[in-house]
Ligand binder design. Structure first.
Ligand code: CTP
Length: 477
């Protein structure tokens, strides 16, 4: 028996499970993600799946009995599973089963079965690897589908005919792509073709589950790997048609535009090098989403995507709503970044002035750093001269942001003069003039005519009031 597998089950919890199984006279195995990730030298997961040839619930109860003190156990009777939390671990117990599926549901018909039956019903060979927790062969690897070779060859393969595996549970199409993206694996050709054939079955899967997988793809080291597979299999046009609509290059009168789909994938890969923030990566994925519906050809200026940022921000809401993603501050954050995604590049094309930077900080507020990260990722030009120019200009923008911010405190701008002060100074009631003066003060600060300070703003208010025919009655400077 290989020492390697014994090594995988060093945590004392496994001995307890082995003892509990012995007490009950049933056989048990650790299976799935724990074994896979251990063998891949990834961080060993804190959730462990145990399969028992017998009642998983009884085994969980027996394990809980063996742990001194009070151990929390959750029983899910309808699923025949139970979970215990022990220290940092979450251990899930299930009885080995055979499953058969009907075509209109993800919910299978379940019967008791052997370990092999249970391994058969699993999604991929690399997830069907099990290690014995039984006295007679403790630590033995049970690998009926040669998942070990697939781990070595970095291959996603189903234990059964892939058409059956995917049709039984169409979420597995997303999982296949997610694992390929996370682990940098290839999907076996037959499996890939089966996904293509079964794409329509994704319709029976809830949006929440789809999005869960999508998040994991987006969070992988090189998200384009998964996104590309989603596109090639046809899943992406089912899940995010707004994105696949960006694909393609049109030519009119000899003028073309870039393929905004492939460009987007590059941007997502670029940003993935600089941030692990899921929502910032989402913003990168959706930053050009408004370009498909706004695309026009103008004989004089060529291809335009007028107001695509604005349209895109609206689409973000529709996408989040449809996919049942949170419609909270995360959505607003993505919307804002999409809305502002062209601002820094416009800046960087020109000479970067302080006032333009102040306006950018004013509008972006606390999102300014993230916006810069997005825009830097957006430079995908293959022209080295242009690449250098934009990167340098962004460096200047970043430097100016920190200088201007230190001096002018524009981020989360609070007007130095309040509406009340204006009313008191000129002895006027709430009126249009107050708004005009406030706006003028803000503009003067952003334009750099006056610093963001009380005294200067006060003087400015007096002058501005005078222009509007107002006389100060209360000079409280
Ligand atoms: N499984 C399956 N089909 C699914 C989901 C899960 O066959 N649609 C099986 C696989 O054997 C998997 C195990 O159940 O390894 C546990 O599933 P889960 O915890 O969702 O995934 P992990 O493989 O543990 O991976 P991760 O934690 O990265 O999601």
């Amino acid at each position: 028996m290989s020492k390697q597998y014994i090594q995988a089950i060093q945590d004392p919890i496994f001995e307890l499970i082995a003892k509990a199984s012995l007490n009950l006279g049933i056989r048990s195995y650790v299976i799935g993600g724990f074994v896979r990730d251990y063998l891949l030298h990834r961080n060993v997961p804190k959730d462990i799946d145990i399969v028992a040839q017998g009642s998983g619930i009884n085994l969980a109860k027996e394990v809980a009995n063996l742990i001194p003190g009070h151990t929390k156990i959750s029983v899910f009777k309808t699923f025949g599973t139970a979970m215990i939390r022990h220290q940092e671990l979450e251990v899930e117990f299930v009885g080995a089963r055979r499953e058969s599926y009907s075509s209109d549901s993800r919910k299978p018909l379940v019967e008791d079965g052997s370990l092999e039956d249970d391994q058969n019903r699993r999604d991929f060979t690399i997830n069907a690897l099990a290690i014995s927790l039984n006295q007679d062969d403790y630590g033995k690897l049970l690998d009926p589908f040669d998942g070990i070779s697939d781990l070595q060859n970095q291959l996603i393969r189903t234990p059964l005919d892939p058409d059956i595996t995917y049709s039984d549970d169409p979420l597995r199409m997303m999982r296949a792509i997610r694992f390929a993206s996370q682990l940098n694996f290839k999907i076996e050709e037959e499996s890939f073709q089966a996904i293509k054939r079964n794409v329509h079955r994704i319709e029976i899967i809830s949006n929440e589950r789809i999005v869960d997988e999508l998040h994991k793809i987006i969070l992988s080291e090189k998200p384009s790997q998964g996104l590309k597979l989603l596109f090639q299999t046809g899943l992406l046009s089912k899940i995010l048609p707004e994105l696949t609509n960006l694909q393609g290059i049109e030519e009119k009168e000899g003028q073309t535009h870039k393929d905004n789909f492939w460009h987007t994938l590059e941007v997502v890969d670029n940003i993935a090098k600089n941030t692990d923030d899921l929502w910032l990566r989402w913003a990168a994925l959706l930053h050009d989403i408004g370009k498909a519906p706004t695309k026009r050809f103008d004989k004089k200026i060529g291809w335009t995507f007028h107001s695509h940022e604005f349209v895109g921000a609206k689409m973000v809401y529709a996408i989040f709503k449809r996919l049942r993603m949170p419609l909270n501050d995360k959505m607003k954050y993505v919307q804002k970044l999409v809305m502002m995604s062209s601002r820094p590049i416009v800046l960087a094309q020109d000479i970067v002035t302080d006032s333009a930077v102040r306006r950018l900080i004013f509008d972006a507020g606390d999102y300014i750093e993230d916006l810069m990260t997005l825009c830097e990722a957006d430079i995908t030009t293959k022209n080295p001269r242009r690449f250098k120019k934009y990167s340098n200009n962004f460096k200047i923008v970043r430097q100016k942001i920190s200088e201007v911010e230190q001096r002018d405190h524009i981020r989360n701008f609070q007007p130095p003069i309040s509406g009340e002060q204006i009313m008191e100074t000129f002895n006027i009631k709430p009126s249009r003039e107050i708004g005009l003066i406030k706006e003028a003060i803000k503009e003067a600060i952003l334009e750099g005519e006056i610093p963001n300070q009380y005294d200067e703003a006060y003087e400015f208010m007096l002058k501005r009031g005078k222009k509007l025919g107002l006389t100060p009655v209360n000079n409280k400077k």
